[in-house]
Structures are given as C-alpha cells and as structure tokens.
Design a protein around this ligand. Structure first.
Ligand code: CAA
Length: 260
C-alpha cells in the first residue's frame, strides 16, 4: 500500500516507520492515524519484520499531537469517532506480535505522547519534549493517554502532567520512567536500531510470547497473570524455536531461529 504521510524503510529485519509531515510537526490527521494502522497491520503480518522503530521526520518533532486545525470544528460524534480510531491504533500496537520502539526525536505532545506510550518502550533524544497540552485546548487526551500514563508512572505523576498541561524535558521523562534512555540527537536512531537488531537476533516466538505476557498480564490479577505466563511458557515447548534455542546452547553454537 502507498502511504502519503509515512516513510517506510526496511533493513536486516527491522522496519523504520517515519511520520512525515514535518511542516505540521508530524501532527496526526485522521488520514495519518488510518495510514499508521494499515502500515502496522501489514508489518505485523510480514514474517520478515522482526521489530519496528517509529520516529518523526525533521529536527523538531516526533509528533506534536492530533492535528488541531483538522479537529477544531468537528462534531461531538466525529470527535468520538476520531478518538476511537486513535485508540484502536494504540491497542493494535499492544496486540502486535513484534516489538515497536519509539525513537522520540523532538516534541511528543498529546496524541504524539500517546503514540509513544503505546510503543513497547521509548528512547529519546536530549532535545525531546513530552506533555499533554489538551486541558489548555478545552479537551482531554483521547488516544489512551489518561489510561496508559498512570499505568506506567502512577496516578500522582500522571495527574500532575495531564492537569497542568506542562511540557517536560527528556531528562525529566527519563527520571519519571516514561523514557528508557536518552541519547544525543545523532545517536538516537542508531541506538534504537541497534536494540531492535539485538531483539531480532532472538527467537521471534520467544519475543512474541514475552510481549503477549507483559501486555496482557498488565490487565490481570497477579494470579491470573502467572497462570497466563505458565500457559505461554508451556506452548513454547511445542515449537522449533525452543528446540533450536536449547539445542544450540547444549551444542555450544549460535542459535538459528525460524519463528516456527
Ligand atoms: N496540529 C496542527 N498543527 C500543528 C500542531 C498540531 N498539533 N502542532 C504544530 N502545528 C503546526 C503549527 O500550526 C505551525 O504551522 P504553520 O506554520 O502553518 O502556522 C507548524 O506546525 C509549526 O508549529 P509552531 O509554529 O507552533 O512551532 P513552535 O516551535 O512555535 O511551537 C509547539 C511548537 C510548542 C509544539 C506548538 O506547535 C504547539 O503547541 N503545538 C500544539 C501541541 C498540542 O497542543 N498538541 C495536542 C493536540 S490535541 C491531542 O493530541 C488530542 C489527543 O489526545 C488525540
């Protein structure tokens, strides 16, 4: 499929997906949200793709939120529909069988922070800035931010960020546990790709089921989560990847996983 707003590059099993509307700070129109959903759905079905890195085009922004100019005059029904579609995209990212890493190169505001939070983890440039400015626009985050942020950093810090609309630095986002690591701007993408490549060298089924256990376990009681984990652990013993991984260890050779 051709995309008007996305650049897609693939190398060594890693796909880099760049949101490409730099003049509008990569803000999310309905069309961008739809393209992201289609692109990620296709990448999830493509067995040659082992991990995905999402970033923003240009120096200034990862994604500066939903497109305010497009949103300003929409009806309540269309706003509900837009939020539902954005949330469907964020949920898809959790359901994907492969990891998605956010490489936040600049502003990640509103829907942009929500997109980053829906990734499995976030790397950031020293120039990145994070925030939820929605209350200053008379609205609230609508792509899952009020749900994902408190689950990640706790209700107190999430409340401070969302109620104040304050924009925080990458260093603060790192201190608060939103961002895994902060890099010099030129190092951000190479570091994200290097981690993606490290993951791509592991068993695709192991990574897929580990993500499944983590993402789904977050919504379960601890006991249900443990039970879910042991089921997935057991299933993996019916796979070639488990035989290959353990066989390679015993035979002292590198494993060659097939994801089967
Ligand atoms: N929507 C539409 N256009 C946007 C945009 C957005 N979210 N963010 C930036 N732009 C546009 C600007 O309008 C401007 O376009 P023009 O040159 O045509 O005027 C261009 O991008 C460059 O932006 P600025 O001139 O404003 O750049 P700046 O460096 O002065 O400021 C900024 C940068 C602080 C990020 C500022 O652009 C800003 O505050 N943007 C809006 C951020 C925001 O409120 N995001 C939340 C949106 S609501 C949401 O996301 C809801 C949800 O949960 C789904």
């Amino acid at each position: 499929m051709e995309f008007k707003n996305l650049l897609i590059e693939a190398s060594d099993g890693i796909t880099t997906l760049t949101i490409n509307r730099p003049k509008a700070l990569n803000s999310l129109t309905g069309e961008v949200v739809q393209e992201l959903e289609c692109a990620l759905y296709e990448l999830d079905l493509d067995a040659s793709v082992k991990a995905v890195v999402i970033t923003g085009a240009g120096e200034k922004a990862f994604v500066a939120g939903a497109d305010i100019k497009e949103m300003a005059e929409i009806s309540a029904f269309d706003a509900h529909d837009f939020a539902s579609k954005g949330q469907r995209l964020m949920l898809l990212m959790g359901k994907m069988r492969k990891p998605v890493i956010a490489a936040v190169n600049g502003f990640a505001l509103g829907g942009g922070l929500e997109l980053a939070l829906a990734c499995d983890f976030i790397y950031a440039s020293e120039k990145a800035k994070f925030g939820f400015p929605e209350v200053g626009l008379g609205i609230i985050p609508g792509f899952g931010g009020t749900q994902n942020l408190p689950r990640l950093i706790g209700a107190n810090r999430a409340s401070e960020l969302i109620f104040s609309g304050r924009v925080i630095t990458a260093a603060k986002a790192h201190e608060w546990g939103i961002v895994n690591e902060v890099f010099a701007p030129e190092e951000l993408l190479p570091k994200a790709l290097a981690t993606a490549l490290e993951i791509a060298g592991k068993s695709p089924l192991g990574v897929r089921y580990a993500k499944d256990a983590l993402v789904n376990g977050l919504n379960m009681t601890k006991e249900d989560g443990f039970r879910y984990e042991s089921s997935l652990f057991g299933v993996l013993f019916a796979t070639g990847d488990q035989r290959e991984g353990m066989g390679a260890f015993i035979e002292k050779r590198p494993a060659e996983f097939t994801g089967k």
